[in-house]
Design a protein around this ligand. Structure first.
Ligand SMILES: Cc1cc2nc3c(=O)[nH]c(=O)nc-3n(C[C@H](O)[C@H](O)[C@H](O)COP(=O)(O)OP(=O)(O)OC[C@H]3O[C@@H](n4cnc5c(N)ncnc54)[C@H](O)[C@@H]3O)c2cc1C
Length: 459
């Protein structure tokens, strides 16, 4: 019997995890795997780009988990610099263009995996493509930025956007010796937090010497006589810039899927069932940044472009496409990042998410220390907790603090997944020793305060 053919579109986290897992499940005699990637690289960590740009990671290749050649050695027919131009769902084939010579050809599939990732938002502003303006989505982007930094005599950097990529890039440029200004349109940086917690990030960034300008959408990029960027303008001001980094967010890259008539959700991502099969299509799977995921707390679908999900999706797709069985139940929305020594984390719902979901809730915010208060180096951390009114169900947690603060959010992620109440959380058996936490861990202190607030709110 001839081998079935699985075609994968996209050669990074979701696509190559799917291909690798399917290969573990089935040998080449049973399953041929053809993967198309329009870039040069496969299985790379975009998450590491800020630390490569900062100089903390010195070798680009350390960010590559598996090269195209290593995939080929595992019997995956990997075609780099090859872009899929069209999906013919009824004909079970894809049209691919070899970007080196422009030639095009159709490849048939029995199984298709769509893992096309996300596209960075790049507003149509004057001179947005001027030399010196950079995105940081791919390793090529990272290299281009490093080349600009190496060739730039000036010392002013502007980061547009203050999400986690924006603040991580602000740190990277600060470490490179730039005067950094972060210009963003929200009230506070890190709009994935509530504004009261974002304010703490703002204040900490001020203390690090990073200027943040909020409520200020960029209106244009200004260039000098040499055509290079020289400043970024908002409605009210101009900010000098020898280099600009864009971190304004991403949208699902689903243009091929849309043209093929595949189902998309309200955020533009592909809709799948729990086995990551595209809804209504037995032999097509999708995962990673191009899909919408079920938010287990609000019950709605969201677009959450995170590598942690992309890798899991890929593995689940590979298991299913390889003849096994695996499911992805959904997410609680956990994310952690940092700017210099400030750690920032969140899981579950913010106040506005909870309101949008029609939930009534109480909040509790506490300040504590990351270690026992008397332990050398003890530093402040703030925990904000949301709990549902009446039931006391945990709805969300946000944490801002110094070393050891951020990953504490994982306690809350587990509690959310388990559907715990904040009262139940107060008795969690967490580890304690003075170098790691106060005797009452800050998450437990927040849970105690939230429990009191739930009781006070009554029925
Ligand atoms: C600077 C930065 C920092 C990040 N930090 C974190 C972090 O700390 N934690 C975290 O969880 N996540 C982080 N992420 C997000 C994470 O990198 C992504 O969620 C993850 O890479 C998504 O994997 P993916 O396979 O779905 O998509 P992608 O990594 O975008 O891969 C999709 C691939 O498909 C290819 N492709 C698209 N269309 C076609 C086509 N038509 N034909 C052929 N190939 C195509 C693209 O070239 C691309 O290589 C970060 C991202 C960036 C940019």
């Amino acid at each position: 019997m001839a081998a079935e053919r699985m075609v994968v579109i996209g050669g990074d986290a979701a696509g190559m995890s799917a291909a690798s897992q399917a290969r573990r499940m089935k040998g080449p005699e049973a399953l041929e795997i053809v993967a198309f990637e329009r870039g040069h690289f496969t299985s790379f960590s975009a998450c590491g780009i800020p630390y490569w740009v900062s100089g903390d990671v010195t070798d680009r290749d350390d960010l590559i988990a598996r090269t195209p050649q290593e995939h080929r050695e595992r019997a995956i027919d990997l075609r780099t610099r090859t872009e899929v131009m069209e999906i013919d769902v009824a004909g079970q084939r894809v049209l691919a263009r070899d970007l080196s010579d422009g030639s095009e050809s159709w490849t048939g599939f029995d199984k298709l995996v769509i893992a096309t990732g996300a596209r960075p938002v790049r507003p149509a502003l004057p001179a947005i493509d001027a030399p010196g303006v950079h995105g940081v989505q791919t390793l090529d982007d990272g290299q281009a930025l490093l080349d600009t930094l190496a060739g730039t005599r000036g010392r002013h950097a502007v980061v547009v956007g203050a999400g986690y990529i924006g603040v991580e890039m602000a740190e990277a440029l600060l470490k490179r010796g730039y005067e950094v200004t972060v210009v963003h349109q929200d009230e506070q940086p890190m709009a994935t937090l509530d504004p009261d917690m974002g304010r703490l990030v703002h204040e900490a960034m001020d203390g690090m010497g990073i200027t943040t300008v909020g409520g200020a959408p960029v209106t244009k990029v200004l260039t000098g006589e040499d055509g290079r960027v020289r400043a970024v303008a908002t409605e009210d001001a101009e900010y000098p810039a020898d280099v600009v980094v864009l971190g304004i967010g991403v949208v699902p890259e689903t243009s091929l899927a849309r043209a093929a008539g595949l189902p998309l959700g309200p955020h533009g991502g592909l809709l799948t069932d729990q086995s990551m099969r595209v809804r209504g299509h037995e032999n097509i799977w999708a995962g990673g940044d191009c899909v919408e995921v079920l938010d287990l707390v609000s019950g709605t679908t969201r677009h959450l472009a995170l590598g942690t999900h992309a890798n899991k999706h890929g593995q689940i797709i590979g298991a299913n496409a390889g003849g096994g069985y695996a499911t992805f139940p959904g997410v609680v929305g956990t994310a952690v990042s940092k700017v210099c020594d400030l750690e920032i984390a969140r899981t579950g719902l913010r106040e506005k998410d909870a309101r949008r979901a029609g939930l009534q809730f109480v909040t509790a915010t506490i300040e504590s220390t990351n270690t026992a208060g008397y332990y050398p180096g003890a530093a402040l951390m703030t925990v904000k907790m949301l709990a549902e009114r009446r039931t006391g169900r945990l709805l969300g947690v946000q944490i801002v603090g110094r070393e050891g603060s951020g990953k504490r959010v994982d306690i809350a992620a587990v509690a959310l997944t388990a559907g715990m109440t904040v009262e139940r959380m107060t008795t969690l058996d967490l580890g304690y020793a003075p170098p790691f936490s106060p005797v009452w861990d800050p998450v437990l202190v927040a849970a105690r305060k939230a429990t009191t607030a739930v009781r006070a709110a009554g029925m």
